[in-house]
Design a protein around this ligand. Structure first.
Ligand SMILES: Nc1ncnc2c1ncn2[C@@H]1O[C@H](COP(=O)(O)OP(=O)(O)OP(=O)(O)O)[C@@H](O)[C@H]1O
Length: 296
């Protein structure tokens, strides 16, 4: 649906976004992950049409102007705090070309959708951070965009606010394609089907979450025993390089050996009670630290 080719942004002598290419798959959620200053906001601003790229192409199949196809929630959305939620969304509707009646109806719809209908006559200045983020979403989806771009939509929220926002994004995925930036890797792991890792303006890793996790699959086979002393006994009797962590025997795999088949055959001859045998998987956080080389 959206194909980004060699997107680059230079500010003075600094290349802030460097030759970035990726494709957004319709009706999926893509997480743009990177440390502070990686270039996430600059990338999203270019895609949202708020910042002209120095070079590169943004290709969309639909000939409708890009601005009409995209909804954008900035990292720090600015509202007129003295307005009520309804007044604000209704005004934004009129600004985006709705008639008065359409703007009123649509404002009602989107406020209901983000769970702010009860607060529609309250002044925005009295809203919590989570309510403001939801109001930002209401404004971003007002014109029924095909692509929703959100800059750090969950980072500033408390756990409950994050959960509400994640549920909203999951629901919105049915009707839109979503690209959002984040530092909260645990949430991205739960929400995103595709991940983009950015460092120093470059995409250093990208793909489906499953493929990236598979690529960084740790070269270990982990056997979980019913009892800790079974794990210890198994390790002491084996010729394989095994570390024991409580009930888990962790086998180092080097140059493909031992294979899972070898381990399973070995276990079949042992008297121990085994709960599971698995290839170790790194969490998104561990992969991120490995790829980006520093904490988020
Ligand atoms: N208008 C600008 N002029 C000059 N430099 C800029 C401008 N906007 C951003 N930068 C620089 O570009 C780099 C990337 O900034 P950007 O805000 O895109 O990163 P980010 O990954 O979104 O960071 P964060 O997670 O902290 O929001 C930074 O070094 C920043 O100082």
């Amino acid at each position: 649906m959206m194909d980004i080719q060699s997107l680059t942004k230079v500010f003075g002598a600094q290349t802030v976004v460097d030759n970035v290419s990726f494709t957004l798959v319709p009706h999926t959620i893509t997480a743009l992950i990177g440390p502070n200053g990686a270039g996430k906001t600059t990338t999203l601003s270019m895609l949202a049409g708020l910042l002209p790229p120095t070079s590169g192409h943004i290709h969309v199949e639909d000939p409708t102007p890009l601005q009409q196809q995209i909804g954008f929630l900035p990292q720090y959305p600015k509202f007129f705090e003295w307005m009520t939620a309804f007044e604000y969304v209704e005004m934004m509707g009129k600004l985006s070309g709705f008639t008065n009646i359409e703007a009123m109806q649509r404002a009602h719809e989107v406020l209901a959708y983000v769970g702010l209908l009860d607060a529609k006559t309250k002044r925005i200045g009295s809203f919590s951070g989570g309510m403001k983020q939801r109001l930002g979403i209401a404004q971003a989806i007002l014109h029924r965009p095909k692509l929703l771009i959100l800059d750090e939509p969950v980072s500033a929220l408390d756990p409950l606010g994050r959960k509400t926002m994640m549920n909203l994004l999951q629901d919105l995925q049915q009707t839109t394609t979503i690209l959002y930036s984040t530092h909260i890797l645990h949430d991205a792991e739960f929400l995103a089907e595709h991940v983009l890792f950015m460092k120093d303006g470059r995409l250093v890793e990208q793909g489906t979450l499953a493929a990236v996790q598979q690529k960084f699959e740790a070269p270990h086979i982990i056997i979980t025993f019913a009892q800790a002393d079974e794990a210890r006994q198994f390790a002491s009797q084996s010729t394989m390089p095994i570390a024991v962590d409580e009930r888990r025997a962790i086998i180092d795999v080097q140059q493909g050996k031992p294979t899972m088949q070898y381990v399973l055959e070995h276990l079949a001859q042992s008297p121990f009670d085994i709960e599971k045998v698995e290839h170790a998987r790194l969490t998104l956080e561990e992969i991120f630290v490995k790829v980006v080389g520093q904490d988020a």
